[in-house]
Design a protein. Structure first.
Length: 289
């Protein structure tokens, strides 16, 4: 939705080797096309020989003409700097597919925030390896696809999901989807699959995390949102949070607290994804918040 009359917000992300003049050159391009910079953030790993990261958000009055010209000028600038860059606009809503199994707390948090427009995103589909949540999801007008997965049918199930996703989504969210995705599937969405993990990584990886946490007498319950890579639960971390607990908490209390943290952490990570606040560099992220 355009909430600024005939103005639209655009966002520019840049990654390149540190070099004097980058900011000047980029802001000159924006000024040449009458862009009004709203926020500007930068980070460098080293002022001399490091990597430079930048995020600029700006308004364009003459969007139809200016957006394309800025893109052309950025192509030219990228020939001068060995630069990776991405230009996006609030005029184009991103499309998010959600994968889920039986637990609905993360799924419903995303749907509730989508419905209230806290997450300005389109949800063209929910895919699950169980039919349990079909009626609830479809009550919101969101298509629900049940694709059962077994060890023998995993490859076929993933191919079926890929055919549903092709050309219809910009990124995927695993809202407690209890299946490990294959390298083939992940290769179709590099740094575009967000997972929520039920611990403050790398603690308690694997099965029954809250029972193991209870047995260890933990004092913090946490959750981690990260991008999915071929290394299980070791992809670039987007967001983490914790909640303090004590000896009075039972295993069920820990699960309840954990679900609260998981919901908020995943929703925040998705929000940052939608606002183009994340740059992936190696196995780390730069998050401009």
């Amino acid at each position: 939705m355009n909430t600024n009359g005939n103005r639209y917000r655009a966002r520019l992300l840049i990654t390149c080797p540190e070099k004097p003049g980058i900011i000047s050159d980029v802001t000159s391009i924006l000024a040449d096309h009458h862009a009004n910079i709203v926020t500007f953030d930068q980070h460098t790993t080293d002022p001399q020989d490091g990597i430079f990261f930048m995020r600029a958000e700006f308004e364009l009055k003459d969007y139809e003409d200016s957006f394309g010209k800025i893109k052309e000028d950025m192509h030219g600038l990228a020939e001068e700097y060995p630069m990776e860059w991405e230009l996006s606009s609030s005029k184009e809503r991103k499309r998010m597919a959600i994968f889920v199994s039986k637990m609905d707390h993360c799924l419903m948090e995303l749907i509730w925030r989508w419905r209230s427009n806290e997450l300005p995103v389109d949800i063209p589909m929910v895919i699950s390896n169980h039919p349990d949540l079909k009626e609830e999801v479809e009550s919101y007008g969101i298509p629900y696809y049940y694709i059962p997965v077994t060890k023998e049918t995993k490859a076929q199930a993933e191919q079926q999901a890929l055919e549903l996703l092709k050309g219809k989504v910009d990124f995927v969210v695993l809202a407690r989807y209890m299946q490990i995705l294959s390298p083939n599937f992940i290769s179709h969405f590099p740094n575009q699959i967000i997972n929520i993990h039920h611990s403050f990584l790398p603690a308690f990886v694997g099965a029954n995390p809250y029972a193991r946490a209870f047995n260890r007498g933990v004092k913090l319950i946490g959750a981690t949102a990260h991008y999915v890579t071929n290394d299980l639960d070791e992809g670039p971390i987007i967001h983490q949070d914790v909640q303090q607990v004590d000896h009075r908490y039972t295993t069920e209390d820990l699960k309840t607290s954990g679900r609260h943290v998981e919901r908020s952490v995943l929703a925040q990570a998705v929000s940052w994804q939608l606002e183009d606040r994340i740059i992936v560099h190696g196995n780390k992220t730069i998050v401009f918040t």
